[in-house]
Design a protein around this ligand. Sequence first.
Ligand SMILES: [Zn+2]
Length: 409
Amino acid sequence: MAVTNLFSSGDAQHRRVIDELNAALDGASSLGLLSLDLEELEAFAVDVIKIRDRATALAASVVAEAEAAALAPRSGVKSLNAHLASKLRTPTSHVAPLRTAGLWLNRFPLFMDAALRGELTDAHIRDLRQCDNPRTHQLMVRDQQVLLDSATTLEFTGFQSALAYWLFHADPDGALSKQRQETYGVTVRTKRNGDVEIKATLDPISGEAFLTAVEHEAQKLFRNERDAGHGEGVMTHRKRRMIAMMRLLSKGFERKDGTHPVPLVNIVMSETVLEDLINRMLGEPGADFDPFNLPIDYNDVDRRCETIRGTPIHPRRAWPAVLYGRLRRQILDAKSRTIDLGHDVRLFTAAQKNALLVETRGQCAETGCDAPFAWLHADHKIAYTNGGPTNMNNGRIICGPDNHRKGDR
Ligand SMILES: [Zn+2]
């Protein structure tokens, strides 16, 4: 199918480029895919997605330019969104995100260039936009190159963590923006057909506690299914999570003696960050810390503050955990390897598993795998049956599915 060139009245050069782009896409869509093997198909898919992202960035840029040129008033239509949408015969919601992104990118020329080159995807841009607020705006303008570097060199989860660490620096006292504060909460909506829709946003620590409790319960359900002979389980994990939540609710949190269990939250904080936090909170005059700079850094083992899943937490927000929590010491070398926690047994201890999780920031060892936290196990690099020891050097974190695949090979 050929795409009509709507741009029929403009100047010849732009019209020709649009025609060429359409011709190239026609060529690409008419290529046979049967001759490609899996690897080639993957590479082709990646390239096509990159082109989509570049085209999206170009569309955002052009829409923003049109906004600036005040195209809408001239055409007598209420808004630019509505005008473009009517030409495309789509709802305005199809155009609105482009306009917002384009107007935002206009203020960050480096981001705009990178997006047009295809280095920044929509996903990156959305995350970057969320970090831009009145408190951080100046820093963001200044640090474009730094943020771009992490966007183009890190895997996406790493980019998000690096971004969060950057944000903490823009916010040394840890005060939450009003905007973010207001997002915390639970909304419940009854739909017309009677379904109840629940949407919740939790702060990182409450979120961690919630996930730990719900995933723990959901894993029990999964094991029940498996033990009943259903192999990989019959329910989607989404459904399992719902049942888990209902179970936790019906059980209630109270024990017979009136106490209630508190979900376990593991927070990883380096000694440097901990000392700085204590200084800050106790307000020692003349103490050895910079009130305007946090000793945190995504890339530095000795400057980490995050949950065991690798979700960055502002040290200030971790303060209650420092007051009430139990501290466990774990020493890592510069390459994030634990120095000594060894035992000569077949199963990794909970402490060893936690230590490995800290090293890997809650990620599966297989590159690119984003398996949920609850699926992760501690596993032997060299199998125990082949004489591999159960110690930190021979341990690694891997998800259930990847572990199975490895076993099958
Ligand atoms: Zn995996």
